[in-house]
Design a binder for this molecule. Structure first.
Ligand code: ATP
Length: 317
């Protein structure tokens, strides 16, 4: 295996996990896990319940000690160098029970006190969609508001590296979109983000690279485009009215095979280099016949399909 810590990328990397192992009561839950996260990258860690994501993230945050292998964060050891590391990272915690009787502004002010150059509190609250003047105490905030306050707490110290553990769990669609916007803005500012999520579309939309872990082992790591095969796609699927002429579709230039797999669900096969032209020809063919398609997908399938294929569909813990 490559020694990531010693590689040039390792020197540049925001996070290096190198053959990291962790056991609880003799049961190995993280098994020789290695990956690195580049500076400025949004990196998503996916895996079924119990796969070892939280164990890994909490080790990177300095809350757990590796049994074997090593982890480096911004070039530092999260436990030994905790005092130097803490001001550089932001952590969005899973549990929202912090200071239940305080108002959001008060909790944020308390946290801001730990940092040398905190963000302006009211601006930050507005950015995450919480009214800075709200009199509601934390305990009475909605689930989504609690998550947004947790995000503000993670951001208050202007971190270089942000750990987001299921950042949009429990949020309504509007709050989720707003949070994705914040994450994109942070990336544009050069903040490195390690994200864990169970939402495949969240990973697909936000992450530069996605790692899938299962039983504490890395089973896939790549860009969402490469994982879902958009880059090297030879298959195009679309949904349109049933009964289109498959033979005419197969006769489009570059199409090797055309089939109506179910009524109204079509599949075309082509060489990867022909895909852009086939897409254009297909839509022109449909336009000439006054047909509107309702779905169009290029590639093997979604990240979710890949995830289920790799990790199986049985329920975990
Ligand atoms: N402190 C602990 N003591 C004993 N077992 C633990 C401890 N922490 C985690 N585990 C076990 O280690 C395994 C990995 O847990 P972990 O929380 O890292 O998984 P996860 O991928 O984050 O799961 P989820 O998606 O459910 O949050 C699980 O089987 C869990 O029960």
């Amino acid at each position: 295996m490559v020694d990531l810590a010693a590689s040039p990328e390792g020197a540049e990397a925001a996070i290096v996990v190198d053959r990291f192992c962790k056991s609880y009561n003799g049961r190995r839950v993280v098994d020789e896990l290695s990956f690195s996260v580049r500076r400025g990258e949004v990196f998503a860690l996916l895996g079924p319940n119990g796969a070892g994501k939280t164990t890994t993230v909490e080790t990177l945050e300095g809350y757990r000690r590796p049994d074997g292998g090593s982890v480096r964060v911004l070039g530092l050891d999260p436990i030994r160098d905790a005092a130097r590391l803490k001001p550089l990272i932001g952590v969005m915690l899973q549990q929202d029970g912090l200071y239940p009787m305080l108002r959001p502004r008060e909790v944020l002010r308390l946290f801001a006190g730990y940092y040398r150059q905190p963000q302006p509190i009211d601006q930050l609250l507005e950015r995450v969609g919480i009214d800075p003047g709200t009199k509601t105490i934390c305990r009475r905030l909605s689930g989504g508001q609690k998550r947004r306050l947790a995000l503000a707490l993670a951001l208050v110290g202007n971190p270089q590296l942000l750990f987001l553990d299921e950042p949009t769990a429990g949020m309504d669609p509007q709050a989720r979109l707003a949070t994705w916007e914040i994450i994109r803005d942070l990336k544009a500012q050069g903040v490195t983000i390690l994200l864990t999520t169970h939402l495949m579309d969240e990973a697909e939309r936000l992450a530069d690279r996605v790692a899938i872990i299962d039983h504490g082992r890395l089973i896939a790591l790549d860009t969402p485009e490469r994982l879902t095969g958009v880059d090297s796609a030879t298959v195009l699927r679309f949904v349109a009215p049933a009964g289109l002429d498959s033979r005419a579709l197969a006769a489009l230039p570059g199409v090797q095979r055309a089939e109506e797999v179910r009524p109204g669900s079509y599949l075309l096969e082509t060489a990867p280099q022909s895909m852009p032209a086939v897409l254009a020809d297909l839509t022109a063919w449909l336009r000439d016949r006054g047909i509107t398609l309702t779905e169009l997908r290029v590639g093997h399938g979604s990240l979710e399909e890949l995830f289920l294929r790799l990790t199986g569909s049985e329920m975990r813990e």
